[in-house]
Write a protein that binds this ligand. Structure first.
Ligand SMILES: [Zn+2]
Length: 345
């Protein structure tokens, strides 16, 4: 039975993005409710968050960005039209990053097999130099950087959030040690993530974007993950897998336009576990990103964590749509040059 860790620090509830903001503290209560109602909470190993150090933050972020956030501690500051800090936001962000880094350390040291980090604020839109899209510090990028700093040679980041993980992409754009795979609604916020964005220099081919039309559901997601993400991930054979676990592709999400169900999210996690089945020895750290429908968050967290614990997949009844063939072919021609495993079906 896999030892699955869980981290939720009370300070994550104190980040207040402003009145009526969809990225609200109740999201974490939904995570806890989902785990409790599914009977999973007691199977998890709780562990404490810690504050990420300045040195750890500077592995991904610029000193100017780190200093700007620190200067906002104790105050209310608006960073972009969607992104604001409350007096406790700096503390929450630094501990969300630290929780992710601690999770990576627990897995690399063999204390835990897998981890789910229920953090706020989310991270994948935060670029090295700036906050955006509800995100202050890039938690998964910092987790990946922590693994690299310990000598890990290959880290995969799989981003299932409905929005493109532009910040993570930018952080590792030229770095072949980090395979960044993102499936996302496109065109959509933040505007990046097209098929031809594959990385540059040494990193060329190690950014894999799977843009998808609005309305994509379980069947098409399954095909994209089984036929593209899994073979590329297995070929890369990471020593650690990080998952940007955004639940906003859920069919009830008020921001996203996708049609994924909780069973679909379990299927995506199953692919992440398959990617981790080689050199990573099953090591997966999932970190909460978006997801704004509270029941959707609750049931999707339970499905994903249940799969991490080894619960069986439930059957998906959704068929892939015929039109999706064309998109799969486009994925193969964009990524096949770098990944022979996906050149043909
Ligand atoms: Zn999102």
């Amino acid at each position: 039975m896999a030892r699955v860790g869980f981290c939720l620090d009370p300070v994550f509830l104190e980040h207040d993005a402003g009145p009526g903001h969809p990225e609200r503290p109740e999201r974490l209560a939904a995570v806890e409710r989902g785990l409790r109602e599914a009977g999973l909470a007691k199977a998890l190993v709780p562990f404490a968050a810690r504050a990420a150090t300045r040195e750890e933050l500077l592995r991904v972020h610029t000193a100017a960005h780190v200093d700007r956030l620190a200067a906002a501690a104790g105050r209310r500051v608006r960073l972009d039209p969607d992104t604001a800090m409350s007096p406790r936001s700096h503390e929450a962000a630094v501990r969300a990053a630290g929780a992710t880094i601690a999770a990576v350390e627990h897995v690399l040291d063999g204390r835990l097999d897998r981890v789910f980090c229920a953090v706020r604020p989310p991270g994948h839109h935060a670029t090295p130099g700036r906050a955006m899209g509800f995100c202050l510090l890039n938690n998964v990028a910092l987790g990946a950087a922590a693994a690299l700093a310990r000598g890990v040679k290959r880290v995969a980041v799989i981003d299932i959030d409905v929005h493109h993980g532009n910040g993570t992409q930018e952080a590792f754009w030229t770095d072949p040690r980090v395979l960044f795979v993102s499936s996302h609604q496109f065109p959509f916020y933040p505007g990046t993530g097209d098929l031809d964005e594959v990385g540059e220099g040494e990193g060329r081919g190690f950014t894999v974007n799977l843009p998808m039309p609005a309305g994509t559901g379980d069947g098409d997601y399954r095909r994209a993950y089984r036929e593209i993400v899994e073979p590329i991930g297995r070929a890369f054979d990471p020593e650690l897998v990080l998952v940007s676990a955004g639940f906003d592709p859920h069919r009830d999400d008020p921001l996203g336009g996708m049609a994924v169900t909780s069973a679909g999210f379990a299927e995506l996690m199953d692919v992440c576990l398959a990617v981790a089945s080689g050199a990573a020895r099953g090591g997966v750290v999932a970190v909460l990103e978006g997801g704004y429908d509270l029941d959707g968050i609750a049931t999707s967290t339970a499905a994903v964590v249940g799969r991490m614990l080894g619960r069986p997949l439930s059957a998906l009844d959704a068929a892939a749509r015929p039109g999706f063939e064309r998109l799969l072919a486009a994925y193969r021609s964009a990524h096949g040059p770098h990944w022979p495993a996906v050149r043909r079906p």
